[in-house]
Write a protein that binds this ligand. Structure first.
Ligand SMILES: NC(=O)c1ccc[n+]([C@@H]2O[C@H](COP(=O)([O-])OP(=O)(O)OC[C@H]3O[C@@H](n4cnc5c(N)ncnc54)[C@H](OP(=O)(O)O)[C@@H]3O)[C@@H](O)[C@H]2O)c1
Length: 221
């Protein structure tokens, strides 16, 4: 299988890379700043590309002719919690996070559109923070809105690409020990990735456009 992953140099993205390489797949791993954890992986099956999904610039590096699985993983949280309160959140912060977390995956799919294999899977990594049904604490305006937007974008992709037999799912990784959570998550990257890759492997058991947590449970949105 040819697997394409954005935001792959650290955190959950790097976990996806290690998982699919260990399973013997060919992995195209994108980074924005530096190679990070990718620099320490010695595998002829690993291909690295530079891609900042916050811009319309094309990725730099060789693209696969066909992609069986795209994981839109790159994302930012934006300003820390207080910076996203009703009092403090700014239009600038809202736009910055929306640009990366919601428009980024859309840019990636538009750019790779003609490269998806028959029966390809697109997995868009959102967050329960973007679920209205799950929002009982308010705040976090930029991140919640951007991830909610991504879930809606993901659903439209599911509808539009169904005629091409492309299955689209939205994922919630759990609360994971990464830089994004200052390593304060409830589960480690391996547990999150093990769960999400199991969901991806059984993606056809879920209706296209479904929002699914790492434990396989549907997330209402
Ligand atoms: N950790 C959690 O508990 C949690 C929970 C729910 C959802 N998520 C989602 O899971 C995904 C991965 O999160 P994580 O915890 O692994 O975060 P992370 O450790 O902060 O890693 C984020 C990754 O996204 C990349 N990235 C950020 N902006 C980018 C851009 N403009 N273009 C390309 N790449 C960019 C980063 O690259 P650089 O190294 O260049 O910054 C990095 O590789 C995100 O979408 C996040 O929202 C995480």
């Amino acid at each position: 299988m040819k697997v394409f992953i954005t935001g792959a140099n650290r955190g959950i993205g790097a976990g996806f890379v290690r998982h699919y390489l260990a399973e013997g797949h060919d992995v195209w791993a994108c980074y924005r700043s530096d190679l990070g954890e990718l620099a320490g992986i010695d595998s002829e099956h690993l291909h690295t590309l530079y891609w900042n999904v916050a811009t319309d610039l094309k990725p730099q590096g060789e693209l696969p002719e066909k992609i069986d699985l795209l994981i839109n993983n790159a994302g930012i949280y934006g300003p820390g919690k207080d910076g996203q309160s009703l009092e403090n959140v700014t239009a600038e912060a809202m736009l910055e996070v929306f640009n990366v977390d919601c428009i980024g995956p859309l840019r990636v799919v538009k750019c790779l559109r003609r490269r998806f294999a028959d029966t390809a899977v697109i997995a868009n990594v959102s967050s329960k923070m973007g679920s209205s049904a799950d929002n009982s604490s308010g705040g976090t305006y930029a991140y919640r809105a951007a991830k909610a937007g991504l879930t809606i974008v993901s659903k439209s992709m599911a509808m539009d690409l169904s005629v091409e037999n492309i299955h689209v799912i939205t994922l919630h990784p759990g609360w994971v020990e990464t830089d994004m959570t200052n390593q304060t998550g409830l589960i480690d990257v391996e547990t999150s990735v093990k769960g999400m890759t199991r969901v991806i492997a059984g993606a056809d058991r879920y209706e296209s456009g479904s929002f699914i947590a790492f434990d396989g449970k549907l997330v209402p949105y």
